[in-house]
Design a protein around this ligand. Structure first.
Ligand SMILES: Cc1ncc(COP(=O)(O)O)c(C=O)c1O
Length: 379
């Protein structure tokens, strides 16, 4: 069976280095917010070209912390509305609710699976205060258009970059001046953004457990977040905010320090496989994902669509190819949201009914890719 994602194989080359790091952490005898976390925060900030990186317990907490940070700074308040794609992993939406804010769902584009910027405007009310842009499956949302809408309506931009490490062209775009065209410095300062990252094991940069981080260039937000993630305390036993316990674990940070230098090369391997899938899968029954072949995609997932999805999945299983559905039920149809169940988001629903994720990872071999393409073309 070709596994959808072989985590053991992904982590195997690092085994000796992991063991050495474990010994180092044991020798140091410092297990929470130590040198490894600090080193990773510096390295990941540099990698994302931001001034600050604040480690967190996981990607979900990273999102919640951003919202709570803005609430502490008086930039958001309970009951404010946050625009979010209807087609996303549930964590994006739950994080808004967790911060006592109101998610307002917007349909995606069928081709990119990401939020359709043209549909945002009609959802903006006097209560709308932020847009949570999700770079789903590893593809950058249309940040130039989203930034423009945010500028015009004075909205905060938060990025859910859980699936998109390495898409740094526009990530934190408001704060990456050299990479963001047509933005003056004052505009940048006005809308300092923040991105939430997840290091869940299956992510492009995955730890050996839970892990997350926030990147930003906003010094005020960073200061609050360093404190909020640690019980709202900067100085031990003195609490400035009603914080939480959500720190990036020292051991996970140590493992991430080993893996981070390979992230760009790993993303490139994913893109090479994606190019082959896009060029060589030729089957009228299968819709391939849109990609403009720039670095705006890190292919966390390679997601195809087909009318008879379950049939295709069974066929692939029979041929020893494991696939996964991301995701089978859209957020508004989940039992957790009975009030939303009658809402209609036809494009989101179509996506959830038709999507199938093919094996995709830096350790997928050429022979495996050949076989997957061959079997799909025979379908
Ligand atoms: C789009 C998206 N947002 C947020 C999260 C939350 O990350 P975590 O699982 O680390 O809490 C995930 C991953 O699971 C995700 O895919």
């Amino acid at each position: 069976m070709i596994p959808f994602l072989d985590l053991k194989k992904i982590n195997e080359p690092y085994e000796t280095a992991f063991q050495e790091k474990l010994k180092l952490v044991l020798d140091n005898g410092w297990y929470i917010l130590g040198k490894e976390t600090e080193t990773f925060e510096k390295a990941f900030a540099e990698y994302c070209q931001t001034q600050y990186c604040i480690g967190a317990g996981n990607g979900f907490d990273a999102l919640v912390l951003i919202f709570k940070g803005y609430i502490e700074l008086g930039k958001l308040k309970k009951g404010d509305e946050v625009i979010v794609p209807a087609n996303t992993y549930i964590a994006s939406i739950l994080s808004i609710l967790q911060a006592d804010l109101i998610p307002v769902l917007v349909e995606p584009k069928l081709e990119t699976y990401n939020i359709n910027p043209d549909l945002i405007f009609e959802k903006i009310t006097s209560k709308t205060k932020a847009i949570l842009a999700v770079h789903l499956y590893g593809q950058l949302a249309e940040m130039d258009k989203i930034n423009e809408i945010a500028d015009q309506n004075n909205l905060l931009i938060i990025e859910d970059a859980a699936q998109s490490h390495g898409v740094s062209k526009f990530q934190n775009s408001k704060t990456q001046i050299p990479n963001y065209k047509d933005v003056t410095l004052s505009e940048v300062e006005e809308h300092l953004g923040a991105s939430a990252h997840s290091f869940y094991p299956g992510k492009n940069l995955g730890s050996l457990g839970d892990g997350g981080a926030i990147t930003t260039n906003d010094p005020e937000l960073a200061k609050v977040l360093f404190s909020l993630r640690n019980y709202g305390s900067e100085k031990k036993y003195y609490n400035e905010y009603i914080g939480v316990n959500s720190r990036l674990d020292e051991l996970q940070a140590a493992f991430l320090n080993i893996k981070l230098p390979n992230l760009n090369a790993d993303n490139e391997k994913r893109r090479v496989i994606a190019k082959r899938y896009l060029a060589e899968i030729k089957n009228d029954k299968i819709e391939l994902p849109f990609w403009d072949f720039s670095n705006n995609h890190v292919f966390h997932l390679f997601v195809i669509r087909t009318k008879n999805r379950d049939h295709l999945q069974q066929y692939l299983t029979k041929n020893n190819i494991q696939t996964v559905i991301h995701y089978p039920v859209p957020p508004h149809k989940q039992n957790a949201f009975p009030d939303w169940n009658n809402l209609s988001f036809p494009i989101t629903e179509k996506i959830h009914n038709e999507v199938l994720s093919l094996p995709m990872s830096p350790v997928l071999t050429e022979t495996e890719v050949n076989y997957i393409i061959e079997i799909l073309n025979q379908y």
